[in-house]
Design a protein around this ligand. Structure first.
Ligand SMILES: NC(=O)c1ccc[n+]([C@@H]2O[C@H](COP(=O)([O-])OP(=O)(O)OC[C@H]3O[C@@H](n4cnc5c(N)ncnc54)[C@H](O)[C@@H]3O)[C@@H](O)[C@H]2O)c1
Ligand SMILES: O=C(O)[C@H](O)COP(=O)(O)O
Length: 534
């Protein structure tokens, strides 16, 4: 996409900007209000943000050309991912680049909180020498409760363990064994609240984590507990925290993130035992370089027609599966394109069955199914359909989907079967990949084929008797349409047969009509199996 334009609406490290500018035209416009962003976004193919830009549904709708939204960081709670998905816009983040920066910030906050460092620093700079006022506590042997044991939670645990703290964690998606390897005991959230001396949260802000620290949960905590939030504002109910600090139940809090940012009106700012930083968790030279490069590379890939590594609104495929599944995904999309053009009626359901060696990749086949859907829907809809919105578009149109994985491959090493039902009929197409770059459609309904899924094809159902194929060829010859290959399948001689002709050019509708009107032809359709939109 040679003329693509990218808008960067938050500060991005130079290393990322260089990558973007080498490939495309880049504008950096920061501090835009929603309306200002809506006013300009229509000109851009991609938008790169950090946490400072709210990418609302309104912005996304105004971004008529948008194909990619990149978040140079982890949290995508400032992006309306559902709106992007509906519009087929890829949303990707850079989840690994700032892990250590946020971890080290958490450790700095925890130590500062224990030893009153910010308060003591401010006091001395006011020319005071108050040693007893800033008596601290040791972290050694204290219990650290980690809520959310992902990338940052785990790195925090490693460092806290090195300081001889006892680490316990709550995360519904982590196994006890995995945590135990890091010397961390997994427990329920309720138990964690009762045993921890210090609690640090490292989850995303989602429905389940909103206000997880609230008046009720604080009441169950140890008296004098200390609380840290370097994850997302909103995980802690700030009003409840203010009350608990004022009452002395909570001895102190260290906050890098807030329910409203900047939190200039927040009562938290006037409490002595609350220490705060202005969302600095990811603000290190190293982290900013990492996330900027990660997101810029993904943006360039996507705008050049490739895929992004950390897409948050498409099925996640482990890297080792992605390479193996690539030719299957390509075949699946072509099979979808073939099926939709050769079947009659309104699409009602699609069944995808993955057989043989594909059974080993069961967890990743959703990715291939999305490409089947893309192949089926993209040729018939005005809205662009892609891997991001394919499932959404199908659901919106009431098209039922199912996906099955089986060891059975009917004599092939691998087999993709797609069964398409419409309001009028049903068609089953099977395909296989022999070696990378060599795939075939091996059957259409009950007829065996060896069809290269490429270019232009005519699919006809006809009576198996002498002269029918010859007459169809004559019509094409007369119109200067070259036949590159031919497949004929039949079950019993003299009955219905299926013919698939690979032709070198498009077949005009009047020529198709002439073929359909021939005696002995029951139906004939023309299909393009290229990956371009039809
Ligand atoms: N302050 C900053 O500048 C800064 C910098 C980086 C990351 N962050 C934020 O830190 C948070 C964690 O980042 P990460 O990179 O570790 O993410 P991650 O995805 O690696 O980890 C998040 C963990 O939370 C767990 N989780 C999900 N729902 C949960 C629930 N209901 N209860 C408990 N745990 C739950 C997940 O299973 C996962 O293990 C994110 O909110 C991110 O946006 C903030
Ligand atoms: O989720 C993140 O990556 C952090 O909150 C960092 O946000 P920032 O990019 O605005 O510093």
């Amino acid at each position: 996409m040679a003329n693509a334009r990218i808008l960067v609406s938050d500060p991005l490290a130079e290393e990322g900007l260089v990558i973007l500018k080498e490939a495309f035209t880049v504008d950096v416009k920061t501090d835009l209000k929603e309306d200002e962003l809506c006013g300009v976004i229509g000109e851009y193919d991609a938008l790169i943000v950090r946490s400072g830009t709210e990418v609302t549904a309104k912005v996304i709708t105004a971004g008529k050309k948008l194909r990619f939204i990149g978040r140079a960081g982890v949290g995508v709670d400032n992006v309306d991912v559902d709106a992007a998905t509906r519009q087929g816009v890829i949303v990707a983040n850079a989840p690994e680049g700032n892990t250590l920066a946020a971890t080290e910030h958490t450790m700095a906050m925890m130590l500062s909180l224990a030893r009153n460092i910010p308060q003591a620093n401010a006091s001395l700079k006011k020319k005071e020498w108050k040693r007893s006022k800033f008596m601290g506590v040791e972290l050694n042997e204290k219990t650290l409760g980690i809520v959310g044991f992902g990338r940052i939670g785990r790195e925090v645990a490693k460092r806290a363990n090195a300081m001889d703290m006892k680490c316990v964690a709550y995360d519904p998606f982590i196994s006890k064994e995995r945590a135990a390897q890091l010397g961390v005991r997994v427990m329920s959230l309720a138990e964690l609240f009762t045993v921890a001396d210090v609690i640090t949260v490292h989850t995303p802000l989602i429905k389940e984590t909103k206000h997880v620290i609230n008046a009720k949960s604080i009441a169950t905590m140890k008296d004098g507990v200390r609380i840290i939030n370097c994850a997302r504002g909103g995980i802690i109910d700030e009003a409840a925290l203010v009350d608990a600090i004022k009452s002395g139940k909570v001895a102190g809090a260290a906050l890098d993130v807030f329910e409203t940012e900047p939190p200039l009106e927040s009562p938290l700012l006037s409490l002595d035992n609350v220490i705060v930083t202005p969302h600095l968790g990811a603000s290190t030279v190293e982290a900013q370089k990492n996330v900027a490069i990660q997101v810029a590379k993904q943006c360039v890939e996507v705008l050049n027609g490739g895929s992004a590594k950390y897409v948050v609104n498409a099925p996640i495929v482990p890297t080792e599966h992605a390479e193996v599944l690539e030719p299957f995904a390509e075949l699946a999309e072509k099979m979808g394109r073939f099926a939709i053009q050769t079947v009659e009626g309104r699409l009602a359901s699609v069944e995808c069955i993955y057989g043989g060696e594909l059974a080993a990749y069961a967890g990743s086949m959703k990715f291939v199914t999305r490409l089947v859907l893309k192949g089926l829907l993209d040729p018939i809809l005005q809205t662009p359909v892609n891997i991001v919105n394919a499932e959404f578009v199908a659901k919106e149109r009431g098209i039922a989907m199912s996906e099955t994985v089986t060891e059975e491959a009917h004599g092939f090493k691998n087999l993709i079967t797609i069964r398409v039902k419409t309001d009028k009929t049903e068609e089953t197409v099977c395909g296989t990949v022999f070696v990378k770059g060599r795939s075939r459609i091996v059957s259409v309904d009950k007829y065996t084929m060896d069809l290269i899924p490429e270019g232009y094809v005519i699919v006809s159902r006809h009576l198996d008797k002498p002269g029918v194929i010859g007459r169809a060829s004559t019509i094409l010859g007369k119109c200067n349409i070259n036949i590159a290959g031919m497949q004929v399948g039949r079950i019993n001689a003299g009955e219905e047969a299926l013919m698939v002709l690979n032709v070198d050019s498009e077949v005009p509708e009047d020529v198709m009509k002439e073929i359909r009107s021939m005696p002995g032809i029951f139906s004939a359709t023309f299909a393009k199996i290229s990956s371009k939109k039809i």
